[in-house]
Ligand binder design. Structure first.
Ligand code: UDP
Ligand code: MG
Length: 306
């Protein structure tokens, strides 16, 4: 029978961890198979790792990893995937916004219907304000416009994967990562389950609009070179336009239309900034730095079965 690893990224989650453990534990017991809950502490400044430690003393199904600082969710997930021991691996947020009750159906889809990845998406965003909903919608549409690898609209990071998928993702050594695009990129037989948006059980969100915008840009740059190709095409189109326009100016000496020059200059600066972003990412990638550093680790009692 397949064993199960649940990876939980945790950044300042002291308010919710005990609740999450209780909810998850009662669901996992019902599944009647070997499991581990692997909490990954992303450099929290509160008691998150102490709580993980307590939980592991009480229950040997609980394991933990602590990172040396806050690396962000991509680093946490990479660390979690590298340390999970199960045959089926689940990624789930710490705040109970990802219902543990779906685990049973996810497992059925993999074990009985032969899927390798069961992702999830929000079927509604009722609990969110209009601004957040519009931002999310715009984000997914922009991402998919600029990327050859498509990410389903409103996809969550709550997901179950077979060991085959996880081992494939672990082969990717790139530093600039976006896990949702990697999931799409690797392929394998994939399906999604939808669920209603649920409020955080306790604690606060770790993302404000500034982080979200930064991440949105990072995700596009990490996943696609389409914006660069876009710049290339624009340069050719504007080059032709400039030639025609300059000829027109020379012939008519009409200086009142110089506003167009200002616009063209602005567009050029925008295009330069896209190129600069890619140069920056390439520079960072060339350093081959790790995505995370582990300072402490607690092993669950589950046997390794990779
Ligand atoms: N998280 C993390 N590192 C970070 C930010 C968030 O490990 O730098 C974790 C966080 O503890 C939670 C999950 O990522 O388990 C999602 O974060 P959050 O619930 O704040 O995001 P939201 O649901 O509001 O988008
Ligand atoms: Mg959340």
């Amino acid at each position: 029978m397949n064993s199960l690893s649940i990876i939980i990224p945790c950044y300042n989650e002291e308010a919710v961890l005990e609740m999450t453990y209780q909810a998850l534990n009662s669901e996992l017991k019902k599944l009647n198979r070997e499991y581990e809950i692997l909490f990954v502490n992303d450099g929290s400044k509160d008691r998150t790792f102490d709580i993980i430690n307590d939980l592991s003393n009480r229950d040997t199904h609980v394991g933990g990893i602590s990172l040396s600082r806050n690396f962000g969710k991509e680093g946490v997930l990479k660390a979690g995937l590298a340390h999970a021991k199960g045959d089926l691996i689940v990624v789930m947020d710490a705040d109970l916004q990802d219902p543990p009750s779906l685990l049973h159906e996810m497992m059925r889809l993999i074990e009985e219907e032969g899927y390798d990845q069961v992702g999830t998406y929000r079927s509604s965003r009722k609990s969110q304000g209009i601004a957040t909903r519009l931002f999310s919608e715009a984000y997914y549409r922009t991402f998919n416009f600029f990327s050859d690898v498509k990410v389903p609209i409103n996809e969550r990071e709550y997901r179950m994967m077979s060991r085959k998928v996880v081992n494939t993702i672990l082969l990717f050594s790139e530093q600039n990562r976006y896990i949702k695009s990697l999931w799409s990129w690797v392929g394998f037989k994939t399906t999604h389950i939808g669920y209603e948006d649920i409020d955080r059980a306790a604690g606060k969100t770790k993302y404000n609009i500034k982080n979200k915008l930064k991440l949105a840009k990072h995700n596009i740059l990490a996943s696609s070179d389409k914006p660069l190709k876009f710049v290339g095409t624009f340069t050719v189109v504007f080059g032709v336009f400039l030639m025609v326009y300059t000829t027109y100016l020379v012939l008519t000496s009409n200086l009142t239309v110089n506003l167009i020059w200002a616009w063209l200059m602005w567009i050029q600066f925008m295009m330069l900034s896209v190129i600069a972003d890619y140069v920056g990412k390439t520079y960072l990638e060339s350093k081959h730095r790790p995505n995370y550093i582990i300072t402490k680790s607690i092993e669950s009692s589950m046997k390794v079965n990779k």
